[in-house]
Design a binder for this molecule. Structure first.
Ligand code: NAI
Length: 427
């Protein structure tokens, strides 16, 4: 266990974080553009906190290592101390990390999420005008996606074609489950993978999404799945999600699964009336949607999408597609959270951008907006608002980094440092 003065470490009681006025926040600057965007985000956060609380609050940043810098200094890419510090301090900020492409290489990002059991990937998507967008009305995008972070095909249980593992599994199917064996088109040359999706794993993420919707006064939670094809994994996710809504939030939500039953039993008119009453009472509508339709809907009618919750791979694809609607990965914030332990790592969602690293060209908005999520998570909303407003105003003056400027008319292209200086001025 890493030791700090307890007065300055964020603590957790009954899953709720308790934030002192001068918390120690570990930061991991990451590889590539990581140090540049981290410097920018920390300067902006420090200025906003000082301004919002007249110097009575501040963050004590503590650097932790991972990735190339860690390897150089400690001989390992993910030192135990880094994990321990995140565990001790509960809330941290992280830049992007390189994932080497060597065989069997462990993704540091996945390792961090696994070690801390950060089961919820929280990805809000909102438009800051006049960021470049392929949509006619990007201002209609205001979506919050909860992606399950610990299960699904990301469990990494795979067997390469022709190996002993694949052969043993195929033999099991051939002898024990011939109907399944018959479904494999080319058994001799197939690689195989497992997709575990559990009741607990599904329900804890759906619970988090519903709790967020209630707290943020959102209108609906959509359970996104591919249950039409994968009945037990994706279909299970949907059904277990509805169970949570109906059993644990029966007063605050209205389940569209129950709505269908009501419609079948009492008729469409009675069901429509019940839905109308629930909406008027401000209940959160819990519905489901097949994930490919959700992609279409998000692009064609983003105003229909509110809080979304889905399995790991669906969420991976959809979160980046949503980011593209409002300017891309350079501005998309994210966090990985365990709402039960309070542990949370806020991170830039883009990668290390090796093509522009060290050139003062990186867009720091993804990490800055992730820091805004962190401030809100800590309850420091005044500081979060200051950062968000300064960013909106700077954008409104058409001051942007080159990734945005190249896609906009009449934009003023700023380096990372210049853009950061403008944000600091506004704060
Ligand atoms: P990338 O996100 O690093 O780059 C893709 C493109 O977006 C590049 O043209 C890059 O210049 C641009 N870009 C990314 N961030 C930007 C920013 N802040 N400002 C302006 N332009 C930006 O993705 P890529 O090239 O696939 O991956 C590079 C490395 O990053 C890989 O090792 C990958 O594993 C890692 N990675 C790490 C992530 C994380 O730590 N969360 C997430 C994604 C990738």
């Amino acid at each position: 266990m890493v030791q700090f003065s307890t007065a300055q470490t964020i603590t957790v009681q009954n899953g709720k974080i308790i934030v002192p006025d001068h918390p120690i926040i570990p930061f991991l600057e990451g590889d590539g553009v990581g140090p540049e965007v981290m410097r920018s985000a920390q300067q902006v956060v420090d200025a906003a906190v000082a301004k919002a609380y007249n110097g009575n609050r501040s963050i004590e940043w503590k650097e932790v290592l991972a990735g190339q810098k860690a390897e150089k200094l400690t001989g390992t890419t993910l030192p135990e101390e880094t994990l321990n510090t995140f565990k001790t301090c509960h809330v941290g900020l992280k830049g992007p990390l390189n994932t080497s492409v060597g065989e069997g290489a462990r993704s540091l990002n996945v390792a961090l999420r696994k070690e801390l059991d950060l089961y919820a990937n929280f990805r809000p998507t909102k438009y800051y005008a006049p960021a470049p967008s392929p949509l006619l009305h990007p201002e209609r995008v205001d979506v919050v996606l909860f992606r399950e972070n610990t299960e699904d095909v990301y469990s990494g249980i795979e067997f390469a074609a022709g190996t002993d593992g694949a052969r043993a599994l195929l033999e099991f199917f051939r002898t024990q489950s011939p109907e399944n064996y018959a479904r494999i088109r080319f058994p001799e040359t197939s690689a195989l993978g497992l997709k575990p999706v559990s009741v607990e794993g599904s329900q804890r993420i759906v619970r988090s999404a519903i709790e967020h919707a209630l707290k943020a006064k959102r209108k609906s939670v959509s359970l996104l799945h591919k249950g039409n094809i994968m009945k037990f994994t994706e279909g299970g996710f949907m059904n277990w999600g509805y169970d949570v809504a109906e059993k644990e939030f029966s007063v605050e939500t209205y389940s569209m699964r129950q709505h269908k039953t009501l419609s079948a039993e009492k008729g469409e008119e009675a069901a429509a009336e019940a839905l109308k009453i629930a909406k008027a009472a401000g209940k959160v509508i819990v519905k489901d949607m097949i994930v490919d339709a959700a992609f279409e809907r998000s692009i064609a009618h983003p105003e229909d999408m509110d809080v979304l919750v889905t399995t790991n791979l669906n969420g991976d694809y959809l979160s980046d597609a949503l980011a593209a609607l409002v300017g891309g990965l350079g501005i998309a914030p994210g966090a990985n959270i365990n709402y039960l332990t309070g542990d949370a790592i806020f991170e830039a969602v883009h990668g290390t951008a090796p093509d522009i690293a060290g050139k003062d060209l990186a867009n720091p908005c993804s990490l800055i907006l992730s820091s805004v999520l962190m401030l809100r998570y800590m309850g420091w909303t005044e500081a979060a608002d200051l950062v968000e407003n300064s960013l909106s105003q700077t954008f409104a003056g058409r001051n942007v980094t080159p990734d945005f400027a190249s896609q906009m008319d009449n934009a003023v292209s700023c380096s990372t440092t210049q853009f950061t200086a403008l944000l600091l001025q506004r704060i």
